[in-house]
Design a binder for this molecule. Structure first.
Ligand SMILES: [Zn+2]
Length: 163
């Protein structure tokens, strides 16, 4: 490897690998040397071919890569800006919410009305006051009747019948 013929030194394999990944070449190495020097040019091609076989993708020139990235960005933007789902499909959550509200209101109205309690309306005021008067006019409270029956054997059947 005699680099005297060239203005710049030969490239080593690690330099070429660094170049493959876009790193700056070491001081003194020039890209023009890869075209001038047959050895380094062949080594550069073999390094690229090896990477291609590993990655299974041919080395992409910068312009093609830029074009591919631009297309990718455009596809992403198109997907963001374009509504993905049809209008009716997007309205589905709102429709489901409306249906739930409607069902809630409908179930609230279906609730059976409370039957009227038959209490004071069936008993007339006169009957009510008569009953109160009879309770008030009793000499002994009704609850005392069974107790009186214990002491008066003759009155016992009458007390039981009175209840
Ligand atoms: Zn060389």
């Amino acid at each position: 490897m005699n680099s005297d013929r060239y203005n710049s030194p030969h490239w080593t394999e690690s330099d070429l690998i660094s170049r493959l990944y876009g790193l700056d070449p070491e001081q003194g190495r020039s890209a023009a040397h890869l075209e001038e020097c047959r050895e380094c040019g062949a080594l550069w091609l073999s390094v690229q071919a090896r990477r291609g076989s590993v990655v299974n993708v041919a080395p992409v020139p910068d312009e093609a890569l830029e074009e591919r990235l631009r297309a990718q960005r455009q596809a992403v933007w198109a997907r963001i800006e374009k509504p993905r789902r049809p209008f009716l499909w997007r309205m589905l959550p709102a429709a489901a919410t409306a249906l739930m509200i409607f069902a809630g209101v409908a179930m609230h109205q279906v609730k059976p009305p409370v039957p009227p309690v038959q209490t004071a309306s069936t008993v007339s005021d006169a009957q009510f006051f008569n009953e109160i008067a009879s309770v008030v006019n009793q000499e002994t409270p009704r609850a005392a009747d069974p107790l009186q029956g214990l002491f008066d054997s003759n009155a016992a059947p009458a007390a039981i019948e009175a209840q």
